[in-house]
Design a protein around this ligand. Structure first.
Ligand code: AMP
Length: 549
């Protein structure tokens, strides 16, 4: 398929904000794509060439792409920067610059989807000596054969921001419409496989019957089931009737997969952290039988048997070098709490059954334990309160309250699993801009513009925050902001939404100054949530209900 055909679909999708229209455009397109190409095409419509669980990512900075565009069009990097400032993103800037130089592509051969896809995958593998210039020539190879509008989407795919307003949900609906599949069937197949490309291919090849056979596969991470805040221990338990209450450990959520001899560890964002914490692989091997499984638990850092703060475990999983040394200085411990697969998928079983099975197969030891748990109903709510107090005394975060009879629903944040913490509520918000500091903080971005998500997944500004960050944090954040920069005007900078802050505050107040219509009094950055992504930030809806509450 010619890349130009895909680009036309991008343009059509970008030209409407209506979900139904986008779905119809995709449905028509999927019908004409070769079945074998569907996985590739769906990834590219998501603006990437790697599945979300893949360890590989594009990871190319805007600067490098700007240099490639400058070389392709024959202008200076400053000219490209000016165009980016005018147009708002590097893709649109590139298209504009191409328009001025339209004769450039006159003799070149049309790009194919395969070529673009392979070239972009290759780009991610370039490292080592002279990697910058090799990357630029890789991008140039693409750009020199591209038309203006193609260059727009090549740049946007490289910088991982396609701007066509299509997520996995719309693609899934497009698949349903194209191949006459019941939406619920497509949704379930997607939920279990976490692979919209595979869903597209199976839907085209064998319809609903094929999709119904899809299930979890050990080795391939599933989106975790997420928790909502509990309004109160008693209220939540009364509502559920029967609840499993568990200690809430303040660590990193870990999905453990055993597939044959391989054990793989994923974070809640489905990043593979196996190499960073190799001792956990050995601990798991020791604790489980030699069967394929998928389990979930929390991995925490400890010292003298006591939990260390979240930052310690975060540093461990980010570490790439001197791992042996870190293993000694920051010992880890695993608390298991769920089982998603054992010989077969167990997600449809209620938590109480999954827990029983987990208990029956795991041999605990001092490094691998099962989460502390009590089963409660309206008669013994005090046991949940006791567990909560014990959790706080033990240096943990609070408790989880899980509805006894509920299955595991990947990727969904619902009322079936709740969290109750000791500390006041915080908000997870994304940084979309910043202001350079003055005085002592002159070299740093001292104030960060944060935003939440609205019901259409658009980002809405909420507040500026600068308190709570150490000089070291500020230096690192300033560097990150530079790397993510979209635009700079005077002391203000806008960035791609990649950094997540957990914000504490004294009060939510109404404010016309920010797009949410609210702001925060005395906001403080409690921590930088490297374990969370854009999909995890809080919504304007939650903010509103917190304000009213
Ligand atoms: P939060 O990160 O505040 O959204 O809280 C939900 C997180 O609590 C989950 O994603 C897990 O990482 C973590 N957690 C800690 N202990 C448990 C537990 N016993 N059961 C489920 N999740 C837990």
């Amino acid at each position: 398929m010619k890349y130009g055909e895909l680009v036309q679909v991008y343009e059509d999708l970008g030209a409407t904000t209506k979900r139904l229209e986008k779905t119809a455009i995709l449905a028509e397109f999927f019908k004409i794509v070769e079945v074998e190409d569907l996985p590739k095409i769906t990834l590219m419509i998501l603006g990437t060439v790697f599945p979300s669980w893949s360890e590989e990512e594009q990871g190319i900075g805007d600067k490098l792409v700007m240099k490639a565009v400058a070389d392709a069009v024959g202008v200076s990097v400053n000219d490209v920067e000016d165009a980016v400032r005018d147009e708002g993103d590097i893709g649109a800037a590139s298209e504009k610059l191409y328009r001025k130089k339209s004769q450039m592509t006159f003799f070149s051969q049309a790009l194919t989807v395969d070529f673009v896809f392979n070239q972009l995958r290759k780009l991610a593998t370039i490292s080592g000596n002279r990697s910058t210039s090799k990357k630029i020539s890789n991008i140039l190879e693409l750009l020199s054969s591209a038309t203006g509008v193609e260059s727009k989407y090549i740049c946007r795919t490289i910088t991982e921001e396609l701007r066509i307003g299509v997520g996995e949900g719309i693609i899934r609906d497009g698949i349903s419409q194209a191949f006459g599949i019941d939406k619920a069937v497509a949704e379930r197949a997607h939920m279990l496989t976490n692979d919209v490309g595979l869903v597209a291919k199976v839907a085209a090849e064998s319809g609903e019957i094929g999709l119904k056979e899809l299930s979890l596969t050990p080795g391939k991470p599933v989106k975790p089931m997420l928790a909502q805040l509990s309004p109160g221990i008693e209220e939540s338990i009364l509502e559920m009737g029967c609840a499993l209450c568990e200690t809430k450990y303040d660590g990193i959520r870990m999905q453990v997969h055993k597939n044959g001899d391989d054990i793989t560890l994923f974070t809640r964002r489905l990043e593979n952290i196996t190499l960073a914490i190799p001792e956990v692989v050995d601990m798991i091997r020791e604790a489980f039988p030699n069967e394929d499984f998928i389990a979930e638990g929390e991995v925490i850092a400890t010292r003298d048997g006591k939990p260390l703060s979240f930052q310690h475990i975060l540093r461990r999983v980010r570490r790439k070098y001197d791992i042996e040394e870190a293993m000694e200085s920051v010992p880890l411990k695993v608390y298991l709490y769920d089982l998603l697969y054992f010989k077969e998928s167990t997600v449809d079983e209620p938590i109480i059954k999954r827990r029983e099975l987990l208990e029956s197969i795991v041999s605990t030891n001092e490094n691998v334990e099962l989460s502390d748990i009590v089963q409660v109903n309206h008669d013994n709510i005090f046991e949940a309160v006791n567990l909560f107090n014990k959790s706080i005394d033990g240096g943990h975060e609070g408790i989880m309250i899980k509805n006894c009879s509920e299955p595991y629903i990947p990727g969904v944040r619902g009322k079936k699993m709740l969290k109750f913490k000791a500390e006041p509520e915080t908000l997870d918000a994304v940084v979309i801009g910043g202001v350079k500091g003055i005085g002592k903080r002159g070299d740093f971005i001292g104030s960060y513009l944060i935003a939440l998500r609205d019901e259409n997944d658009e980002l809405r500004t909420l507040a500026h925050v600068g308190t709570g960050l150490s000089d070291d944090d500020l230096a690192k954040l300033t560097k990150l902001m530079e790397e993510n920069k979209i635009q700079e005007k005077g002391t203000r900078i806008t960035v791609h939404p990649k950094i997540i802050f957990e914000i504490a505050y004294s009060e939510i107040v109404k404010s016309p100054e920010y797009e949410t219509g609210y702001s925060l009094r005395f906001p403080v950055v409690k921590r930088i949530r490297k374990d969370k992504g854009l999909e995890d930030i809080d919504t304007v809806e939650r903010l509103e209900s917190m304000f009213k509450g």
